[in-house]
Design a protein around this ligand. Structure first.
Ligand code: RUQ
Ligand code: CUA
Length: 652
């Protein structure tokens, strides 16, 4: 077995890769004031977020917080967004997010939503491509390591989620780890996506054998009713997997006929079982999230559902499992394999009809390898991981160990070109690469290691991406750019499909937040026991109210800040000294809440944190905290007109 650590491509020393195309700079130069051609939605890996990068420039445009609290916007800190990070385990403020998936209609990008998986505490998130915000997160029970996720089916009917770590069902109770084979299961979740709203629902789970489901891809065209999952640890080891899960020559690709699964469900073959998981939804109207704990899930046992699942043998510990744009070919990238196998969907159908099986695995038929094989790419390189497509009959596979991208012809299985990556490429992405209609033009390598490529920054170095031109026969390196977090999968889409639909502000008259103040006249301060609610507004350049008195030591003060601006790109921030809840950043027309504990007697300032106008530095105020037994009345004002709770007509 070869070394699993990466090695530099031959001839590549420090500073290697300066073999740039002569016109490289011109090809990636986006002149000041002009826009990039593509949006690239890049997973942040262990930072739990998604970043938006412009291509070809590589400029970072935005970080979209998903599974991790984000100090820049107050995501997961404000009272409104905290429920988005709720799970059956309670509040989980950080996760690991791997695979961006864009919604498709007829297998083509439709520019509506992005999805991404929470790997550690299994979840799927939906992000609106209008607001560039996370709108929904659904947790997945009976799972561990939600890795083969959230890949979508042909019309985004489902986003799937196969468990990477098989576990006993959630309600199984206490069992020894070494009863893996008897008691563990590999659940595969089908999360439905509402065609109009995008809303997610956990429709059903397949209780499949306990192996590790690694990655997945939906079928297309002829294979559109199917979805394919790579797997490893078909040895079913539960310790020292490094060795014990690499014993067999071939693992499996699991082919799932999800239309059949729907038929079985309709026939009543499903079984509802208790399960606890959170379903969190953010509303642009109330500017608030709700979290609901669900209590059961529908399951389908393959034993009751013949002709729904088939295993395709695949050498060796496959990682990526990718379907070409025609939907005819399924490519398994075996991390430890010396070849890249290409399977034919037509052959799979025929072999199923002819019962060309090579035994079975826990009751699921295993196909005869040669009966479903279109062919193997010989000597592609070392450590194939992921494959993308240009729509011209070519595939591009990342080689982690030999640090290169290899271009090959799908029909002929011939290697056409190879270029080094710097270094240890994981994912690849071609704009539209996983769809029926790749946009082509570039392949982007997302690398794990960047030693010597950038200025050193202590023990932790940036991860990075590299942009290659694929318009010609040979791939040409154009640009290196650092990424935010660890880039796993990314998808790029033409900017023209999204940019004119972007939300510029929230209409103040549509704001249904329970603590909104739609104008300065509606601002007030109310007390309910120890809770003080401040209905506050912000506009250039003052808060209303900006003086508050009558708060007492030990009170919980909720600053509900409504940004009254109705102008694009004019957020106001809000920070109050000692808030152990960070700050908030409020978009035009939106209301967000910062909770603050009055923990000492005295005067505390608050201010706007976003430089919003020439008088931004004047955008400030004070809150006075008195002793618990003081009789300072609750009052508030901006300028001269002071208000008292007793005068406030809006209170009963
Ligand atoms: S997977 S490096 Cu990144 Cu989640 Cu293949
Ligand atoms: Cu508002 Cu600065």
């Amino acid at each position: 077995m070869f070394l699993l650590n990466s090695c530099k491509p031959a001839g590549q020393g420090s500073g290697g890769g300066s073999t740039l195309a002569g016109d490289a700079a011109q090809k990636v130069y986006v002149a000041p004031g002009t826009h990039d051609e593509f949006y690239d939605f890049v997973s942040g890996g262990f930072n739990g977020q998604m970043s938006v990068v412009g291509l070809p420039s590589g400029r970072v445009l935005r970080i979209i917080p998903v599974f991790t609290q984000h100090a820049e916007s107050g995501w997961g800190y404000s009272e409104e967004t905290k429920p988005m990070l709720n799970t059956s385990h309670g509040f989980v403020p950080w996760d690991d997010a791997h695979h961006t998936t864009l919604s498709v209609t007829n297998g083509e990008h439709d520019g509506r939503w992005a999805f991404i998986n929470g790997n550690n505490t299994p979840r799927i998130a939906r992000i609106s491509l209008k607001s560039f915000r996370t709108e929904e997160i659904i947790e997945l029970p009976n799972s561990g390591g939600n890795h083969s996720s959230p890949f979508v089916t042909f019309n985004s009917e489902y986003a799937v989620a196969g468990t990477r770590f098989s576990v006993p069902p959630d309600n199984f109770g206490d069992v020894p780890i070494n009863t893996f084979k008897q008691n563990f299961k590999g659940y595969i979740s089908f999360v439905s996506i509402d065609k109009t709203t995008g809303n997610l629902a956990l429709k059903f789970q397949l209780t499949t054998p306990a192996i590790s489901y690694d990655l997945a891809r939906g079928g297309k065209g002829p294979s559109k009713d199917w979805i394919f999952f790579s797997s490893y640890n078909t040895e079913q080891a539960n310790t020292l997997l490094e060795v014990n899960a690499s014993q067999k020559d071939k693992d499996f690709i699991l082919a799932v006929n999800w239309k059949k699964a729907e038929e079985y469900l309709a026939k009543g073959k499903g079984k509802k079982v208790p399960a606890k998981y959170a379903h969190n939804v953010y509303s642009d109207v109330t500017h608030s999230a709700t979290s609901t704990i669900m209590t059961d899930v529908m399951t389908l046992d393959p034993k009751d559902c013949p002709d729904m699942l088939y295993f395709i043998p695949c050498p060796k510990s496959p990682h990526g499992c990718d379907v070409d744009p025609t939907g005819q070919y399924i490519i398994g990238s075996g991390k430890l394999a010396a070849v890249i196998p290409v399977f034919s969907f037509a052959k799979l159908q025929k072999a199923i009809a002819d019962k060309k099986f090579d035994g079975s695995f826990e009751g699921i038929p295993v196909m005869d390898y040669n009966a479903v094989l279109h062919g193997e790419v010989q000597k592609p390189g070392l450590g194939p991981l992921h494959t993308e497509f240009d729509g011209k009959g070519n595939a591009y596979t990342s080689m982690f160990v030999s640090s290169e991208i290899v271009k090959w012809n799908i029909e002929k299985l011939t290697v056409l070109d190879r270029v080094p990556t710097y270094y240890s490429v994981g994912h690849l992405s071609i704009p539209g690469g996983p769809t029926t209609k790749p946009w082509g033009k570039y392949v982007i390598a997302y690398n794990k290691i960047t030693k010597d490529r950038y200025l050193p920054t202590g023990p932790e170095l940036t991860q990075s991406a590299q942009l290659y031109d694929i318009t010609g026969e040979k791939m040409k390196l154009l640009l290196d750019f650092p990424t935010i977090g660890e880039p796993h999968y990314a998808e790029a889409i033409p900017a023209s499909m999204i940019k004119d639909k972007t939300i510029k502000l929230y209409k103040i008259e549509e704001n249904k937040h329970p603590y909104v103040a739609k104008g300065e006249k509606e601002t007030k301060v109310t007390r309910n026991g120890k809770d003080v609610h401040v209905y506050m507004t912000s506009s250039r350049s003052h808060f209303a109210p900006d003086n508050i008195e009558g708060v007492k030591l030990g009170d919980d003060v909720y600053f509900h800040v409504t940004n009254l601006e109705q102008d694009w790109d004019v957020p106001h921030g809000f920070a109050v000294r000692g808030a152990n809840n960070a700050e908030i950043l409020v978009m035009p027309g939106e209301t967000q809440t910062l909770k603050w504990k009055a923990d000492r007697i005295g005067i505390t300032p608050f201010y706007c944190t976003d430089f919003c106008s020439a008088l931004h530095q004047e955008m400030q105020g004070y809150i006075r905290v008195s002793a618990p037994n003081s009789n300072v009345p609750l009052t508030w004002h901006t300028g001269k007109t002071a208000m008292k709770e007793a005068d406030d007509k809006s209170q009963k």
